[in-house]
Write a protein that binds this ligand. Sequence first.
Ligand code: SF4
Length: 391
Amino acid sequence: MSTVTVAAIVARATALFEDLRFSAAREWKSAVLGRKVVGYMPIYVPREIIHAAGMLPLGIVGGGDQLEVIHGDAYYQSYICRIPRSTIELGVSGRLDFVDGMLFPSICDVIRNLSGMWKLMFPHVYSRYFDVPQNYSDEVGGNYYVNELAELRHDLGNLRGQPITDAELTASILVYNDNRRLVRELYALRAEQPWQVPAAEAYLLLRAGLVLPVEQHSEMLRDYLRAARAEVRPRRDNCRVVVTGTFCEQPPLNLIKSLELAGCYVVDDDLLLVTRWLTGDVTPSGDPLRDLALAFLHHSESTAAKYEPNESEKGQHLVRAVKRSGAEGVIFAAPSFCDPALLDRPILQHVLKAAGVPYIAFKYAENSGQMQPIREQAGTFADSIKLWSGQ
Ligand code: SF4
């Protein structure tokens, strides 16, 4: 049995998080001649298809607070979020020069435009705007999505010079089922005992899954779950919150740490949703593309960037997350200028109000440096929850 400690796992995940040259992915690629890396942006792509092609799916979520954006600003107006600018910076500075393909999932106009820019700026790289269904009937949205998946499968087969077989896809689905199960276990443990799984550690573990081969990431999660359960950690008198709105541009790590220091245990969130977008196992039926399509239609996360056809269902995912995780309040944290998160916020707040769930809201940028106002706001929120729940 592995005896690796929590500290050692977190140190490795932190090193991967800080490495904006993506050395782990570069090393994976150069270890075997002919290997390829396909990058993807938030919020969801079917990583199984990339994996089935023998390629490494590489999650790109901007440059964070360590990257100085020098060229990226020139490509965009100032009144949009920061992730496209820092992603351009990663590209033009050569940090992604080993990446053979880029997928830009359908999340908002900014990412759609970025996909077009990528095609112009890096014409030698396979780039695809990856669309998802807005209709959830099997015969309409399902068939449409199977065709989208088939095109991606065909393109990646071309990129490697050999078609991707059903057997390869099914094997990859099983590998990702295992990984998603472990991520769900991590989230369940944190909801149950948040003092044993600090939010920053959970986040770093998920970030590691964006750059490591999935098999290595699953091993890391297993090691962490075992080590975290064995560790004795102090339990604070914190309130329990769900953090929402963080599904694309990422908050700085210090912001996540600040919430807990201010008295809020994060018991659920929508960070890095790709790691748990499909909410249950995908059961292989012999038709892997249809299996992935049906899982997307019927067993996937809800978020502002995903169409919800049923008005009365809008926002209920948040109420369910509060109940499931035993949260006492919700923190709306959204990137500045993020249309999907900020346009949905009033609707979601209305739903929470009706359900009697307290909330606060603030904005951030991936390079926000000043945490004091957020700490004060979160601290006051935690105190007020304690007062209310004591009545
Ligand atoms: S942060 Fe929001 S607006 Fe910006 S690219 Fe992501 S989803 Fe779009």
